[in-house]
Structures are given as structure tokens and as C-alpha cells.
Design a protein around this ligand. Structure first.
Ligand code: ADE
Length: 225
């Protein structure tokens, strides 16, 4: 998989891709992530990427020309499955969307800033608009990092234990059950006896029940979906 991220703040995006699972996935060649600084696609001395709104109103708008130049240059090199725009008014990111996107070959992610992009960018180039939640960030970069993390960890071979992504919270619309590790007892707080019993069918059943109870209590909306 190849991910091209278009941003005005590439430095903000470096560290999430330079550690842990994402770095390992990149080093292993399972995913390529490329950052494109939108200012490299400007033509004026000031490297202008935004301007005031037509019709008046507070806040700057990202201009279409540098974005068009950047996306068109990428599209000349290869075909893209999706051109995603990170925006608070997009579709809310869910596990199912990450699963779906993890199967794609090439995707572009455009990070918005200020008031956002000229509507014509959205109309002409964007195939999917994604929000990471109902709050407004200063820009799309952190959202893009969250989206990439959710996608990349699902690519086969990225997680050491192939089954572990499947047992994550949300994979079956259930939250994950409680988990424990050594010691068996700490300050008198004990691990549930059943987990030490070696009775794996019973343990599995207990986990399913716990997942269901936890979901019912914390996220009943997931059970309705
Ligand atoms: N840009 C600003 N806020 C955002 C959000 N909630 N999700 C994605 N991109 C954003």
C-alpha cells in the first residue's frame, strides 16, 4: 500500500510514522508513506496557499491551484483508489472504514487548514471526506495520522500476532473484554480464577459475555448497529 499525504505542516506528521508499529511497517516495506508540502506547488515568492473568502467572512480558505497541481502530479504517476479529505464535517471514522481502506493500493490524504479548502477542491478531486470525531482540530494532520495508524496496523504482516487485530474492540461491534497479566495477585487484587483454569472453551465464553456486558454498559449504541 502507498499513502501520499498532502499537508502544509509535514513536520507535524513525522513522529507518528517514526516509532513503533508504523515505523516497522514502513521499514518492512509493507506500506510507503510520502509527505508532500503544499507550498512546493505554489508559484509566487511567498508560497501562498490560502486567501480570504469570497462573500466575506472570517478565516482563510485553502486555494485550489496548489492542491490541483499536487494531486495532478501524483495522479500522473499512478492511479489512486481514494482521495481523502480530512475535515470535521466528513463521515466519522469507524473501524469498518479502516478495514475497507486497508485493502486499497494507493490513497491520497489531503489535510485541511484554517477554514478549510475551496469547495471546488472537494467537488472535483475528493472521493471521500473523513472526520475523526465531533470536535475541531487545528488542522487535518493529526486526523490523518490517526487514520493512517488505524489503516496500517490492519495490513497483513504488520502486527506480529496475526489474530490480534481481529480481537480489537469494535471489530465485531463489541468492546474488548477485560485482560490481565502477571502477577496473579497484587496487593490482594486477584485475577479472575477462570482465566487461570486452562479451560479454554469456558474462557472464550467468559470473554464473549464480558465483551457484551461492557458494550451494553458503555456503548449500547454499538449493539443497535
Ligand atoms: N480537521 C479539523 N478537525 C478535524 C476532525 N475532527 N477530523 C478530521 N480532520 C479535521
Amino acid at each position: 500500500m502507498r499513502i501520499d499525504i498532502i499537508t502544509v505542516l509535514p513536520e507535524l506528521l513525522q513522529s507518528p510514522f517514526n516509532a513503533s508499529i508504523l515505523k516497522r511497517a514502513i521499514d518492512a516495506g509493507l506500506v510507503e508513506v510520502h509527505f508532500h508540502n503544499l507550498r512546493d506547488y505554489t508559484t509566487d515568492n511567498y508560497k501562498t496557499i490560502d486567501d480570504t473568502q469570497f462573500g466575506g467572512g472570517a478565516g482563510m480558505v485553502m486555494m485550489i491551484e496548489p492542491i490541483d497541481k499536487c494531486i495532478s502530479a501524483l495522479k500522473e504517476e499512478r492511479d489512486y483508489d481514494e482521495v481523502i479529505y480530512m475535515t470535521p464535517d466528513g463521515e466519522t471514522l469507524k473501524q469498518g472504514m479502516a478495514n475497507h481502506l486497508s485493502l486499497k493500493e494507493n490513497i491520497i490524504i489531503l489535510c485541511g487548514h484554517y477554514k478549510g479548502v475551496d469547495q471546488r477542491v472537494r467537488d472535483q478531486f475528493i472521493t471521500r471526506e473523513i472526520s475523526i470525531g465531533d470536535y475541531v482540530l487545528s488542522g487535518g494532520e493529526l486526523g490523518a495520522a490517526v487514520l493512517c495508524d488505524a489503516i496500517i496496523r490492519l495490513i497483513p504482516g504488520v502486527l506480529g500476532d496475526e489474530t490480534s487485530a481481529l480481537t480489537d474492540s469494535f471489530q465485531d461491534n463489541l468492546l474488548a473484554p477485560p485482560i490481565y497479566t502477571r502477577p496473579r495477585e497484587y496487593k490482594g487484587w486477584k485475577v479472575p480464577e477462570l482465566l487461570l483454569s486452562g479451560n479454554f472453551p469456558k474462557i472464550e465464553k467468559w470473554r464473549e459475555e464480558q465483551a457484551y456486558e461492557r458494550t451494553k454498559e458503555r456503548r449500547p449504541d454499538l449493539l443497535e448497529e
